[in-house]
Write a protein that binds this ligand. Structure first.
Ligand code: IMP
Length: 434
């Protein structure tokens, strides 16, 4: 049975958690492979509404093993808080497993995230402030602390002393801030290590055993491909690999690219972005407010799950989306939040960019160029009827069907699943993904 990766095709918040929650029904294992608690997934099911930052969305099914892979940056305090909240609300976490190769977000990572954003001033990235970027800096500098280091006081002491020996110099001399205390960090994190010990597992072994025994495995992406460190709108990106290109997904759980059979891309029917950076189809008018506040009264508006920041809103951009389809080798798409467009008289889709009188069909690398492009739009009639009850493609209003077909054509990839509401059942399965 296949290992399927679910990734975000835009700037995050496409509704991956909702799609994973739906697809997880058939999977044996659901694993997170990248990012950290900068990510936020909102899941609504019969047990209520949940906001998850680290625990995979499969946790709501009692028979799924949920894995946090080595590629994830874990803030143990946040993870233990999430585990506690799930338990309090009657969700069992006995099948949660955490790779001891995963990196740990330490107090200096959160501090450096804030200090560096302040230093950048107007050029700030608009990070979530969760310390994820500095944590990946330490990983690459081979100075990081891993979950395995939390298991033994001597190891933790040695690693923290080495890291703070470097960072306290930077904190005091570059930023003029107070240094951090080695013993304080070690005490708290050693205790986190003890509390996390029952959850430690080998992500590679769990995934490959399930796969070889004939079970489906879902690898759950975080954020979106346009925030990818390599392929996104650099430097306004995150510090990990949300895309599945170069097998970012396999890397983050310890399996090879040949084990992955399928990559499903999740795209919203329009675009959103939080944080700074270029956004060619961004809207500043009433349409943006209408889309942002759709369902706000049910907590469904376009506001960040992690930070609560209002999301920037724009029309669907098929130039960046096609780039995403190609970089991820997508064979199937899930289109989310179609119902959010229900009330609109007309809908626009960006099919190209114009810059200095020239048409551009490919996504440019330079952010200063992306900031100057003018989107070329195709305008389509809206349907002005609710779609939230629709479960078959043929029952969608004809204008909604034409919108979906046109998006498929522009993205050069079939749309296999359409979501028309936040509930698990509010979905149209055009082709079964597995
Ligand atoms: P960082 O990942 O906190 O360093 O933030 C870098 C950029 O990624 C900022 O623009 C954030 O707003 C964005 N970002 C990080 N995580 C998410 C997410 O889960 N959804 C949307 N944007 C995100």
């Amino acid at each position: 049975m296949p290992i399927v990766v679910v990734i975000g095709g835009q700037w995050g918040d496409e509704g991956k958690g909702r799609i994973v929650d739906l697809l997880a029904r058939k999977a044996r294992v659901v694993a997170r492979y990248s990012a950290g608690n900068n990510a936020g997934h909102t899941i609504i099911n019969e047990k209520g509404e949940f906001k998850l930052h680290l625990v995979p969305a499969g946790i709501f099914y009692p028979d799924k093993t949920c894995v946090i892979g080595n590629g994830v940056a874990i803030d143990p305090e946040v993870l233990l808080g999430e585990i506690g909240t799930l338990q309090e609300r009657g969700i069992s976490v006995s099948r949660l497993r955490i790779s001891d190769r995963a990196q740990v977000i330490m107090p200096w990572h959160r501090l450096l995230d804030r200090l560096e954003e302040e230093r950048r001033g107007d050029a700030a990235i608009g990070t979530t402030g969760r310390g994820v970027g500095p944590c990946f800096v330490d990983k690459v500098a081979r100075r990081g602390i891993r979950i395995a280091d939390l298991m033994r006081s001597e190891d933790l002491n040695e690693r923290v002393r080495a890291a703070l020996g470097y960072w306290n110099q930077v904190i005091t001399k570059v930023y003029g801030a107070e240094p951090l205390d080695v013993d304080e960090c070690c005490g708290a994190y050693r205790e986190y290590g003890e509390r996390l010990t029952p959850f430690i597992g080998d992500s590679q072994d769990i995934i490959l055993k399930a796969h070889r025994a004939g079970h489906y495995v879902l690898l759950e992406g975080a954020q979106g491909s346009l925030l990818d460190l390599d392929h996104g709108t650099y430097p306004y990106v995150t510090s990990s690999v949300p895309s599945s290109s170069s097998s970012g997904a396999g890397l983050g759980v310890g399996i090879g690219p040949t084990d992955i059979q399928r990559v499903v891309g999740v795209f919203k029917s329009y675009c959103t972005r939080v944080g700074n950076g270029p956004f060619p189809t961004e809207l500043f008018d009433d349409v943006a407010d209408t889309l942002r506040d759709h369902g706000k009264e049910y907590g469904r508006g376009e506001y960040g799950t992690t930070t609560g920041r209002p999301r920037r809103i724009g029309w669907l951009d098929t130039v960046s989306a096609r780039y995403s389809v190609r970089m991820n080798g997508l064979a199937a798409l899930a289109l989310t939040r179609l119902d959010v467009l229900d009330g609109l008289e007309t809908i626009k889709v960006c099919t190209g960019y114009e810059l200095d009188g020239q048409r551009i069909d490919n996504f440019p690398a330079r952010h200063s160029m992306l900031e100057r492009v003018t989107p070329i739009y195709e305008e389509m009639p809206g349907w002005q009827r609710p779609t939230t009850h629709v479960r078959n493609f043929d029952d969608l209003p004809p204008q909604a069907q034409s919108f979906v077909r046109r998006v498929e054509q522009l993205l050069e990839c079939p749309i296999d699943l359409i979501s028309v509401g936040p509930e698990r059942e509010q979905a149209i399965i055009v082709n079964p993904i597995f």
